[in-house]
Design a protein. Structure first.
Length: 201
């Protein structure tokens, strides 16, 4: 998701005399609201991609969920997220958050488009490699967003803002899995195309 119009490096200033630790008050802030909506859209797309790739790898490439397949899928899912934290830390320290998130969104969209070729080729190595890369990019984006949130709200409002972000993430993930289930009735490739469009929005 491109969020180039949001300024992450300036702290949000709330009007005096209001309870800026209230979720309702925080939601009225245009920058935080836009941030959360884009965060939710990105999480929706990530959930769609995760389910679609799992379906493709397990049922099309591997021809079933054997114990070895389950181990490979779990490793492919876990290792990228372990690497995402350090990668996001380096990026956040060296480049502006706004630019980093915009580039990460573009990379995610491109990786998802490349993953469209996996069901057609049935290449196991390509499938696992692209799945790992997509998950690593998603984890990196999630960590970058977490690092950006303190720059959007005053420190006293951070607990409420984090709570809002967690709620949005859970709701968006649920929506993504539902959408993926519905769209995959046509084809997993259609799910990947829809997810790429959301990331590129």
């Amino acid at each position: 998701m491109s969020i180039t119009s949001t300024t992450f490096d300036e702290a949000a200033a709330e009007p005096h005399g209001v309870d800026d630790t209230s979720r309702t008050v925080l939601w009225r802030g245009a920058r935080l609201r836009r941030f959360l909506l884009l965060h939710g859209a990105g999480q929706t797309a990530d959930a769609m991609v995760t389910l679609a790739l799992a379906q493709v790898i397990v049922f099309q490439i591997e021809q079933g969920a054997s114990p070895a397949t389950v181990v490979r899928v779990l490793c492919t899912a876990m290792v990228p997220y372990l690497l995402a934290g350090p990668i996001a830390g380096v990026i956040a320290d060296r480049w502006p958050r706004r630019s980093s998130l915009a580039v990460t969104s573009t990379v995610r969209a491109l990786l998802v488009l490349l993953a469209v070729s996996v069901p057609e080729t049935g290449n196991r190595v390509l499938g696992y490699a692209l799945a790992g890369a997509v998950l690593a990019a998603a984890g990196t984006a999630m960590n970058l967003r977490s690092a950006s949130l303190p720059h959007l709200v005053p420190e006293r409002s951070l607990v409420a803002a984090n709570s809002m972000s967690s709620i949005v993430q859970k709701v968006a993930g649920t929506v993504g899995f539902v959408l993926s289930t519905v769209v995959s009735l046509w084809s997993p490739v259609a799910v990947l195309f829809v997810a790429a469009l959301i990331h590129a929005f």
